[in-house]
Design a protein around this ligand. Structure first.
Ligand code: PLP
Length: 392
């Protein structure tokens, strides 16, 4: 059937009519276990009663006013997030790319305040920061950029997990104002920062007066077993970007800042029509309340360890499995060959998964997954991978 939609996605031939917890049901009523959560969005699963009721209540009261007025729901959510992250101020927007745009604008303003007229942001190979012109330019993946040149200027590139490369840039460039990094590269294939990487970036930023800006759009909001992945270390960023799981499916993004970055924006410098409206903020507040009430941050850590352990056992010694990586509920199984076919095969078995970076099976299950559901996912996916690698 011809579609009026622009051809931006190679979509799987299925659509879902409803969801409940970690399960979704297609138009024929067939059930699927969702271990992708809409790419790390529905951390509380589908149709969560707390989110549904917050949305219902807020929509009966007031959906939207404008950032021309005070928005109490936004102020309260801002305080909650700032306290959780140990930062001071928040700008709300509608997506991850917009959160990163805000971060990049902060970095440039910071540079101009220091009389750096051509400010440069260090970005990392294999990263993903979004699809707007600035964020695709920041992204370390040529395939995301190709066809959209000229790229936005002002980025210096370095390999991930390589502190020496950053030191080399520091030695030669005097225009650097910030580093933008993901603590776990999600789209890049669940590549986890080595233990000394974030602390190393933090001290380099301190030594040179740069902003440390962390993109936790995919790994934030409890998924890794801490509210934010940087909290596994003691390296707090100056700027932190969030989106995805913040609204559990209601579009909302946030750019948080602390210290010298907290007060850079003044009226007129940045804005948004929808960002931080009462509806989105009510949803995000319900998300935070629920994660706290149900101790889901700790649960993500425990569940993630259980699943990684399960995969380690069931895929031990299997030829073609290059590496098993995980941090909480971000799990990556790297194979020695392109494996996109596994997505359809898993769908046929009633499990929603994803393949990224061509060869990495990526799982981003909801934080509310039960032990049984986790075990079922591990068994089904391990079996599929074994058969796939055997070519059967
Ligand atoms: N940054 C990271 C780390 C992401 O994973 C994504 C989306 O996958 C983005 C930014 C872009 O977010 P959005 O698609 O909401 O613009």
């Amino acid at each position: 059937m011809a579609s009026a939609l622009m051809n931006t996605y190679k979509r799987l031939p299925v659509s879902f009519a409803r969801g409940q917890g970690a399960l979704v049901y297609d138009d024929d009523g067939a059930e699927y276990l969702d271990v992708l959560s809409g790419i790390a969005v529905c951390g509380l699963g589908h149709a969560h009663p707390a989110v549904a009721s917050a949305l219902c209540e807020q929509s009966k009261t007031l959906l939207h006013t404008s950032n021309l007025y005070r928005i109490p729901q936004q102020e309260q959510l801002g305080e909650r997030l700032a306290a959780l992250a140990g930062l001071r101020s928040v700008f709300f927007c509608n997506s991850g790319a917009e959160a990163n745009e805000a971060a990049l604008k902060l970095a440039r303003l910071y540079g101009h305040q220091k009389q750096i007229t051509n400010p440069q942001v260090i970005v990392l190979e294999n990263s993903f920061h979004g699809r707007t012109l600035a964020t695709l330019s920041a992204t370390g993946n040529r395939r995301v950029q190709a066809g959209f040149e000229p790229l936005v200027q002002g980025f210096l590139r370095a390999p991930y997990n390589d502190l020496d490369a950053i030191r080399q840039i520091a030695a030669t460039s005097h225009d650097v104002v910030a580093i933008l990094a993901e603590p776990v590269q999600g789209e890049g294939g669940i590549i986890i920062a080595s233990e000394d990487y974030l602390p190393g970036l933090r001290s380099l930023c301190d030594a040179h007066g740069w902003l440390l800006m962390l993109d936790e759009i995919q790994c934030g909001m409890g998924r890794t077993g801490e509210w934010f992945a940087f909290q596994h270390t003691n390296s707090r960023p100056d700027v932190l970007t969030l989106a995805k799981a913040l609204g559990n499916g209601v579009p909302i993004g946030a750019c948080l800042a602390g210290g010298k970055a907290a007060d850079l924006f003044q009226p007129g410098a940045h804005g948004t029509t929808f960002g931080g409206n009462p509806l989105a903020c009510a949803a995000a507040t319900a998300v935070i309340d629920t994660i706290e009430r149900d101790h889901l941050v700790a649960r993500a850590g425990i569940l993630g360890a259980r699943m990684l352990d399960g995969f380690r056992q069931s895929l031990a010694g299997v030829d073609g499995v290059v590496s098993l990586r995980g941090m909480g509920l971000m799990l990556g199984i790297e194979l020695n060959r392109p494996c996109n076919d596994l997505v359809q095969q898993a769908l046929d078995q009633g499990v929603l998964i994803n393949v990224t970076a061509e060869r990495v099976v990526r799982l981003l299950p909801p934080l509310i997954l039960s032990d049984n559901q986790a075990d079922h996912a591990v068994n089904t996916i391990s079996q599929l991978i074994r058969s796939f690698l055997k070519g059967t």
